[in-house]
Ligand binder design. Sequence first.
Ligand code: ADP
Length: 256
Amino acid sequence: MIEMKRVSKVYSNGTRGLNNINLRIEQGEFVVIVGLSGAGKSTLLRSINRLIEISEGDIVINNQSITKAKGNELYRIRRDIGMIFQNFNLVKRSTVLRNVLSGRVGYHSTFRMILGLFPKEDKKRAIDALHRVNIAEKAYIRADQLSGGQQQRVSIARALAQGSRFILADEPVASLDPLTTNRVMNDLRRINQELDITMIVNLHSIELARKYATRIIGMKQGEVVFDGTAEEATDDVFDIIYARSLDVDMPRSAGE
Ligand code: ADP
């Protein structure tokens, strides 16, 4: 379970990325966050695993505050949270298997990891994860030899090998074609349903949000302006989420 309590983020240049967010996400939900570019989706997602430090409030993951956690405690909480990025974030010159194994780094000593000594169970776990996303036959191929969709599935496998209970995905299909997009989204859905891993996914496609989300959160100017099921997210709701506020960006015409 993830709880955000009165969370705000003000960037050093004064921009307010998040404004008083209160949310509770239960284990097993498939949450899609939608909103215009600049609405705060990425800030919200990256606050959850503290890739971004919040300015106010508290974020609690399975009853432990990640906001207050330090050292080993922070490390352990972070192990439960996998992250998937638009650009896949793979080590391109390493094999697929090595990339997936890197999800296990948090479980071993630095010394072991410098030598690249992963135990046999880790390799088994990594191969199992690759099977889950139907890409095990690519295990010994260099990551940069794969298509975008395949690379994104490798990054999903890495989050699985990590043993994450939550996966945060920041625009995971933004650079993929429509067919590949559906394959990757189907993988995320299957993993969510079969392994009960909570998904929190930023998407800009309304169609995909409706198709995959069990819950849609609409953001605008750093605030949550809608929180409900896909059925409740009607066209009118999306019109509000995606309405630009005229007084902020639009130059006024002469004479007004
Ligand atoms: P989204 O993911 O919905 O496009 P972001 O979370 O990236 O939105 O951005 C929310 C707001 O915070 C925007 O106004 C953006 O310009 C601002 N912002 C994001 N990152 C930074 C940063 N590093 N420094 C200053 N402002 C930022």
